[in-house]
Design a binder for this molecule. Structure first.
Ligand code: ADP
Ligand code: ASP
Ligand code: MG
Length: 456
């Protein structure tokens, strides 16, 4: 059971978490105890990213001030949920963790440098602190919970801010550390998002990575279900921040969920599905404010509610790169050289379209863009367009019903499309357009495919 940032944003939210876990366990008394994974309290990771930035600029006092504010916020929540000696112990732990971080951050600020490893240490405190509080709050309310330090369980490589799990090593630790707690009837409470290398160096899985942590732990424990508790009713037919009336998608397939997550449905971290697929474990998305809503069930087979499409997604602020071979026609080897450049700079490409002499790709990570462009210019003419966006329509039916493509394109006839792509899986169609057109395009597509169902 993974609870996101808004689901643990304050004492009231944490109380809801405790009730949800308790009720679910009470409903299935014969089951193993659930394993609880929590994110940092909402906005905490953003503030920690800000702390890193300030420290790198040498602004020690400003960075320390944020750490102080965060400590105060956590102590406040702790004192609402926990009492007596347990509170004293919790306060002491939180205080020493945050004070130690402040000392480190001041040192890094003095050097005007926050390495990727240091930045992960800074960000990790969010999940460490929230999970400590939730574990203590469970015990306060009579649930036998045990805090588990995820850094001792989730073994990763050393790719800071985007670490990948070593599933075999993690599985061993999970069964030794987490499995022994559940076998003893305890509810393990762990922070998502964080792990450590085999040498014990703290790492993080990338923003939104607590979903991924939960799926990794779930796969290692071979659980019956991985639950992602969040602030919406489930996977919706479109991002609710872009389309005002999205519908709940009751069921979808692993493949559809992966595509949607990859192309911007933030409700699920894009890697979440990978461990679930490996063990064929269903993933359910649920609303911690409305636990009675049945949410979205993600399984190998997916859905059967008769909708033409499953959902839409959009990814904003992407850059299109047009690469034209400096030879007249595309020589063989051109694509290999081209993609090697992206590989060298560890930048993944989302959409690719080609013509005889040119290739267009989109990237959302522009950290290494200048290096990529200058390398591409060794053998091609290159131009870029920023402020672009990807809009993606997803559904298993796209394979079998050719009219869906024409309906999509026709409904977008007022929107200039820059690239259009349908992959071999034919599970999605991707449109690249100006970022400024995304809201219009998403609403046109949503009206076309889901509009008639509203109130029906
Ligand atoms: P958590 O903190 O629980 O991990 P996130 O903010 O990461 O929550 O993800 C939930 C948010 O994802 C929702 O509040 C919603 O704004 C956004 N979102 C984007 N696309 C979708 C979608 N297709 N369905 C549901 N939510 C979506
Ligand atoms: N706290 C981390 C973030 O904000 C991880 C997560 O919430 O999933 O990105
Ligand atoms: Mg999230």
């Amino acid at each position: 059971m993974k609870f996101g940032g808004t689901s643990v944003q304050d004492a009231e939210a944490m109380n809801r978490v405790i009730n949800i876990v308790r009720r679910q366990w009470a409903d299935n008394p014969g089951d193993r105890p659930p394993v609880v994974v929590v994110s940092a309290m909402s906005k905490v990771t953003d503030r920690l990213v800000e702390t890193s930035r300030l420290a790198a600029e040498g602004q020690a006092d400003q960075a320390a001030q944020i750490i102080g504010e965060l400590l105060t916020r956590h102590l406040g929540v702790a004192s609402t949920l926990v009492q007596g000696p347990a509170l004293e112990e919790l306060n002491a732990l939180l205080t020493s963790d945050f004070r130690a971080l402040e000392t480190d951050v001041r040192e890094w600020a003095a050097q005007h440098e926050v390495t990727p490893a240091a930045s992960d240490v800074i960000q990790a405190i969010g999940e460490l602190a929230s999970s400590r509080i939730v574990a203590a709050a469970f015990r306060q309310q009579g649930v036998d919970a045990a805090w588990v330090d995820s850094r001792q369980v989730l073994v990763t490589d050393g790719e800071h801010s985007a670490a990948l799990p070593d599933m075999d090593a993690t599985a061993e630790r999970v069964s030794a550390i987490v499995g022994s707690k559940t076998a003893a009837g305890q509810v393990p409470v762990m922070g998502g998002f964080i792990g450590a290398t085999p040498a014990g160096v703290t790492t993080t899985l990338g923003r939104g990575g607590s979903d991924y942590s939960a799926a990794i732990f779930g796969a290692c424990l071979d659980v019956d279900e991985i639950q992602i508790w969040t602030d919406v009713d489930g996977m919706l037919t479109a991002d609710p921040r872009v389309v005002s009336n999205p519908l709940l998608v009751p069921e979808l397939s692993f493949n559809e969920a992966s595509e949607l997550a990859y192309f911007g449905a933030k409700v699920l971290h894009p890697s979440t599905i990978v461990p679930a697929v490996a063990r064929n474990i269903p993933v359910r998305i649920l609303n911690s404010r409305r636990p009675e809503v049945r949410g979205t069930m993600i399984t190998a087979n997916g859905r059967g509610d008769g909708q033409a499409l499953t959902a839409l997604a959009c990814k904003r602020s992407v850059t299109v790169i047009d690469i034209t071979s400096t030879r007249m026609l595309m020589a063989f080897g051109f694509l290999r050289r081209l993609f090697e450049v992206f590989e060298r700079f560890k930048t993944s490409v989302d959409v690719v379209t080609t013509s005889e002499v040119s290739v267009s790709v989109t990237v959302d990570n522009t950290r290494r863009l200048e290096d990529i462009l200058s390398n591409l210019r060794n053998f091609a003419e290159v131009s870029t367009e920023r402020d672009m966006a990807i809009v993606c329509i997803v559904g298993e039916n796209l394979r079998s019903d050719p009219t869906l493509f024409s309906r999509a394109v026709t409904s977008l006839n007022t929107v200039p499309l820059r690239l259009v792509s349908q992959a071999a899986s034919r599970r999605n169609i991707t449109f690249v357009m100006r970022d400024a057109d995304v809201t219009t395009a998403m609403n046109l597509l949503h009206d076309q495919f889901f509009g008639a169902k509203v109130g029906a």
